[in-house]
Ligand binder design. Sequence first.
Ligand code: NAD
Length: 480
Amino acid sequence: MIQIKNYINGQLIEPISKSYLDNYNPANGKVYSFIPDSDENDVELAYIAAKNAFKEWSTTSKEKRSEYLLKISSLIEKKLDKLALAESIDNGKPLKLAKTVDIPRAAANFHFYGTGILHYASNAHSMEETAINYTLRQPVGVAGCISPWNLPLYLFSWKIAPALAAGCTVVAKPSEITPMTAFLLSEICIEAGLPAGVLNIVHGVGSKVGNAIVSHKNIPLISFTGGTATGKHIASIAAPMFKKLSLELGGKNPNIIFADCDYDKMLATTLNSSFANQGQICLCGSRIFIERKIYDKFKNDFVARTKELTVGNPLDEKSKVGAIVSKGHQEKILSYIELAKSEGGKILCGGSALKFDGDLKEGYYLSPTIIEGLSYDCRTNQEEIFGPVVTITPFDNEEEVLMMANSTNYGLASIIWTQHLTRAHKMANNLHSGIVWINCWLLRDLRTPFGGVKASGVGREGGFEALDFFTEPKNVCVKL
Ligand code: NAD
């Protein structure tokens, strides 16, 4: 049985307490590895290592830092198959998805910031003959990075890469539900020769390890991706300590379909934006609004195509939908399906757990679920479910759908399907979200700002925004 280790000061080490947690394979419900059940003492060790490494790393040239990041990126690419298999087993996502999206994106994150840092510049402000101001951008210090389970290595590296590129050293915590690829990343960092203490990875639960990072008095910056309730708790600790905070939180994203859309493209993409990664992507469009003229046609086609999706063993090439990440999460999703029924929703397909025989008997499977007949403001349509569950709702005009789309506390992403140029831009302008996709979904340019408004978060990741976050601007004024 694999025993995962913490990565502290360049070494793979046991937690000080020597205690471990079980790590489950969601495809078969069996324990297949052990995770360090670390606590604040391990975080302190990691902090000391990061603090000691900071002086040298923050003054290492950008070119040299870039070289380390590019080396890590190419090692991730080289180990694509091993990492993808590990991600699929740990998370339950289809192996194909891990191979084509998660792991290539993790490599791209290191590559992007390994090159991006070479082009990062700061400003100068001339006061004509009087003075010149120039702005230094200096790494903030030891960064605390905490990530969720849905896109494990992808989101972990999306924080770590810009932090390291900017010259911060890092104490990072992956989700205890999916720790495996973070562990493999620590082996990669050792192989890449990353100096000791520059990156430290402490495994364990949020209430111990996460909390110790967030409340550590000498960690001045927290980059967090996860649920809104956790983000709120983190902000309540970190804000009074005046820490820099980046919070990427939950979503309840509208997918708005007008009758004049490119129907076939819309239908194929909507299947994906509803059920990719078992609907466990913060950007999935879980509330689908359809112009009434095409509601019945869409409903029939969408239900038929959804029923064709093969749910099954994540390692099987034929599986389009894998396992839900944990038993607890499967139960949460099922409880929302019950809630939808009690709110008057009609289940058009799915709606229950799926059981398989043989080795997968104890796995956590759920059939993709479509619900209709709910009001836009019921709990099912307002709270994040984060599973393969979508609702469909007809609308009659732009004003009505905008009102419904903007009615939640969340504001991460929106999707619009229309061929009408003016309408598309007008809708994009008026939707309350940090990201709008028009006639596409999940098309990402890593230079663009990424993040949400309202309860979906504070701050932006991506491009130079992340390098701005991990550096502190200092203005220097020189009298001429
Ligand atoms: P979560 O909030 O339960 O956990 C996220 C991380 O925070 C984990 O590493 C966890 O151990 C840690 N944590 C938990 N309690 C903590 C505490 N008290 N102090 C510090 N750290 C703590 O979220 P999850 O269930 O892992 O992930 C799913 C959520 O993440 C969904 O709400 C989803 O929308 C959101 N998400 C958002 C984005 C985005 O970019 N906005 C991306 C992916 C996922």
